[in-house]
Design a protein around this ligand. Structure first.
Ligand code: PAF
Length: 286
């Protein structure tokens, strides 16, 4: 396994692979890898085959964090990440730094961003206004540097995957986007690098996101219900966990991400909940 840090070296290597006819699969991550990330690696390998190249990028992208968010304390453990990638059969771990990705950003020498204007407005986009601009910008840059045929994203970040898909379609990136299922702990908590922030009491209550999704599924399986009424019920359920505070909960059309007023099977639900100071997200088709 190779570790590549300079952006020009990554681009050269990817160009060489492409000229040799190898298919390239990219798994973009911010590191602190868990089994969910490794399932994306497996999916990438499946897509490019044994002779293809799988690249995992590890970069905590500063442009997708607001100044008040957890950029500085985002969990990092490169040594462990490299070990996991090696064991998972990754060909290259791409570990660019801020100087390579955004040269001159702090001093005003970087000024180009990619903005998706529709699917990224609501939910995560409303709660974290600069977030998707940072995500689309870094993903576009990663695509230009790694030149992937396929890129694999997790379903846990459902809206992110929708925004990236739209960017790929609108800007004609020749990249196939694969979205792989969310992996969960036995009690249902979605795997996330941010789960590391939770103390044991918070960890116990973090399952409330999954419980809310399950409760919504159960209700909708019986009958269609008003989104406002179901939201109220779930809000009550979440508030009953003393360490949990609801940020948003939406029922929406999975294609347009537009909110629906009636919740029927096939409608999607997403929510963000603070457990202590940790903000967790989850989603599911109902
Ligand atoms: O999902 C993530 O980990 C990040 O948003 C991504 C796609 C790696 C971009 O920084």
């Amino acid at each position: 396994m190779q570790i590549v840090t300079p952006v020009a070296a990554m681009q050269r290597l990817a160009g060489k692979w492409r000229r040799a006819g190898a298919r390239i699969g990219l798994v973009p991550t911010m590191g602190y890898l868990h089994a969910g990330h490794l399932s994306l690696v497996q999916r990438a390998r499946q897509a490019v085959g044994a002779r293809g190249k799988v690249v995992v990028s590890i970069y905590v992208n500063p442009t997708q964090f607001a100044p008040t968010e957890d950029l500085a304390r985002y969990p990092r453990d490169l040594k462990r990440d490299l070990k996991l990638c090696r064991a998972a059969g990754v060909d290259v771990v791409f570990t660019p730094g801020d100087a390579g990705m955004y040269p001159g950003r702090v001093t005003g020498g970087y000024s180009t961003y990619v903005v998706e204007e529709k699917l990224g407005r609501m939910m995560e986009g409303a709660a974290r206004p600069a977030h998707f601009r940072g995500v689309t910008t870094v993903v576009a840059k990663l695509f230009n540097l790694v030149l992937p045929d396929v890129a694999v994203f997790g379903q846990k970040d459902f809206q992110q995957a929708a925004v990236v898909r739209r960017m790929v379609a609108d800007l004609n990136f020749p990249v196939k986007i694969i979205v792989a299922p969310t992996l969960r702990q036995p009690d249902g908590l979605a795997l996330s690098s941010r789960n590391k922030y939770l103390n044991p009491g918070q960890r116990g209550q973090a399952v409330i996101l999954f419980c809310a999704l399950q409760a919504a599924k159960k209700t909708v399986a019986k009958k269609s219900v008003s989104a406002a009424r179901l939201k109220q019920q779930l809000q009550k359920m979440i508030t009953a966990a003393p360490l949990a505070r609801l940020d948003y909960l939406e029922f929406f059309d999975p294609q347009t991400l537009e909110p629906v007023s009636k919740v029927t099977p096939g409608v999607h639900m997403a929510l963000a909940v603070y457990v202590g100071k940790t903000r967790l997200i989850d989603n599911a088709e109902l």
